[in-house]
Write a protein that binds this ligand. Structure first.
Ligand SMILES: Nc1ncnc2c1ncn2[C@@H]1O[C@H](COP(=O)(O)OP(=O)(O)OP(=O)(O)O)[C@@H](O)[C@H]1O
Length: 544
């Protein structure tokens, strides 16, 4: 994620070295002018001083601009990258990690907006410190060693604290991840929360408040520790100045002029030293954010061979065969919670198949396998007699689906448009939505609908995809009795007439006789697969 490439390091050096030398030149002039060195109080030195200030200013402006450009490029490119990872991730993976991982990854990325500030100050401070130390050594080796020792002690303490802080920052991030889970619960379960005082109170007092209090205390502790170290460094430098002013003169290691130079130098390096210390907090946060983003990237790494370009579109649909298909839901401990299979099934072109079975029998799991959203753990899927690579992608190019928890997108991401689309107008009428939607604009199609209307709109969008296979998961469950009857008795036969293959999960036993075939699931396996004849249905209650 965040890597210092050779090109970036060279760029940093090209800026930092001249900038530090120029800045040091400024200190050198101040120092020697204060010490009253001859030849440094004239107009020429004044002009030189002014020139140095203007040059460092110009250099900083140029560098800051480049660094800002690089950082924001990094930030926004990674936002796109994270988004792409989610889009390309598999459904089981998204179900496992949840949407909160996405939100915290985006938040982690935002940490890097501090990168330009942190890098500039670190590089400048470090180089300035090195030059000042060299200068001090040129004045007196022993006095410089004493001061170096004190700085080394301070640095040791910082390193120790920073290491301890990383763990705390990681804990803070996991509190925030949990917090996003609560935000998600509030957004998605808002009505249920509104309805129950106790539910609201419990969410607030037993979960959110302790979480936020723990996060607040930890955040405070982290900031306080960093602040304390910052203050120790500031006041520690006064201590060093005191040492130089009131102790070193008695050692005879430094002349009076050198003592002034030392004090100026120490006061001057106090800025860089304080910067370096205060920056540790930002670097600790960078380190944690970087680690978490890397983890996010690896968790959402594709193990499956998903083609990057548009999938090959299958010419048409003849048949689909599931041979000995298995799929398991495993928990984190590797234990299987539910197992589907072995499933052996053939879906033929232009069939209307109803998938039935009790709650939790595996119907939706099967639909996820059928639509290629889940990859079978074992078995073979053969499409139109072929089971080669990208069979799942080819299958997906033939299927349009409306899932139980359908979603109407806020924008048109499709390859078709709605404006002036005669097929869209026809489907609006067919779904008896023409009076609700009124016009063929995008805005009208993406307004707020009732649940039943929204399912009808989703079916319109699915049909507009012009794919030969339509998969519907409990589509009619939200329809009123009139439209439900219309769906089974008019719409489904019309789709069949148009040559579509329809696979519909349903509990509507009153309409089972309208299917060509009924496939019944129980405990993850197909227990019945019958061709429908009205007399069979009446004599045998296959759904019981
Ligand atoms: N993402 C998941 N992770 C773990 N277990 C799951 C997951 N989705 C479903 N299950 C489990 O798999 C089993 C089958 O679920 P599935 O949704 O396929 O049933 P269904 O037949 O569609 O039920 P319903 O009629 O209630 O919609 C259930 O026991 C369920 O708890």
């Amino acid at each position: 994620m965040l890597q210092l490439k050779t090109r970036n390091a060279l760029f940093l050096l090209m800026y930092a070295v001249p900038n530090t030398i120029l800045s040091f030149g400024i200190v050198y002039i101040i120092n020697n002018a204060l010490a009253g060195k001859e030849g440094l109080l004239g107009a020429d030195t004044g002009w030189l001083f002014l020139g140095l200030v203007i040059c460092t200013y110009a250099l900083n402006i140029f560098f800051q601009r480049q660094l800002n450009r690089y950082s924001f490029h990094l930030l926004y490119e990674n936002e796109k990258h994270v988004f792409g990872k989610i889009l390309r991730s598999s459904l089981p993976r998204l179900e496992k990690f949840g949407s909160k991982r996405f939100f915290t990854a985006v938040e982690d990325l935002r940490t890097f907006s501090f990168l330009p500030y942190a890098v500039t100050h670190t590089v400048n401070s470090l180089l300035m410190l090195v030059l000042c130390i060299i200068y001090m050594f040129s004045l007196s080796v022993i006095a410089a060693l004493v001061i170096m020792l004190m700085i080394a002690v301070l640095a040791g303490v910082y390193l120790y604290v920073v290491r301890a802080m990383s763990k705390k920052v990681r804990t803070l991030r996991s509190y925030n991840e949990q917090y996003f889970q609560y935000v998600d619960d509030v957004m998605k379960g808002f009505k249920e929360l509104k309805l129950s005082f106790f539910r609201r109170e419990n969410l607030m007092n037993k979960f959110l408040v302790p979480n936020r209090n723990n996060a607040r205390d930890l955040d405070f502790r982290i900031n306080y520790i960093f602040l304390s170290i910052g203050l120790v460094s500031q006041y520690g430098l006064y201590f060093v100045v005191g040492l130089v002013l009131f102790v070193l003169p008695f050692t005879g290691w430094l002349s009076t002029a050198d003592i002034i130079a030392y004090v100026v130098m120490i006061l001057f390096i106090s800025g860089p030293v304080n910067n370096l210390i205060n920056l540790q907090q930002i670097f600790t946060r960078f380190r944690v954010a970087n680690g978490r983003i890397k983890k996010f990237m690896s968790d959402f790494e594709m193990l499956e061979d998903v083609p990057e370009q548009a999938p090959e579109i299958s010419a048409g649909f003849n048949d689909l065969v599931f041979k000995n298909i298995h799929f398991n839901y495993d928990n984190d401990a590797g234990e299987t919670m539910f197992s589907l299979g072995p499933v052996d099934l053939q879906v033929n072109n232009n069939e209307t198949i109803f998938i039935i079975g009790g709650n939790g029998s595996g119907k939706s799991t099967f639909i996820n396998l059928l639509t290629g959203l889940y990859k079978p753990s074992a078995g073979q899927i053969v499409l139109n007699g072929e089971d080669g690579p990208y069979c799942r992608e080819k299958l997906q190019s033939l299927i349009a689906a409306v899932f139980t928890d359908n979603h109407l997108f806020s924008q048109n991401y499709e390859t078709f448009s709605l404006d002036g689309n005669p097929e869209y107008g026809r489907l609006l009428q067919l779904m008896q939505l023409d009076k609700v939607v009124g016009e063929d604009s995008e805005a009208a199609a993406r307004r707020k609908f009732s649940k039943g209307q929204s399912k009808r709109m989703s079916l319109i969008f699915a049909l507009l995809e012009q794919k030969p296979v339509i998969v519907l998961d409990e589509w009619a469950a939200d329809q009123d009795p009139h439209f439900r009857k219309y769906f089974y008795e008019i719409l489904l036969p019309q789709l069949k007439q148009q040559g579509k293959t329809v696979i519909a999960v349903t509990h509507d036993d009153a309409y089972f006789h309208l299917a060509d075939r009924i496939v019944k699931f129980d405990k993850g396996i197909i227990v019945k697969d019958v061709r429908v004849k009205t007399d069979v249905l009446h004599s045998e209650a296959i759904w019981s």
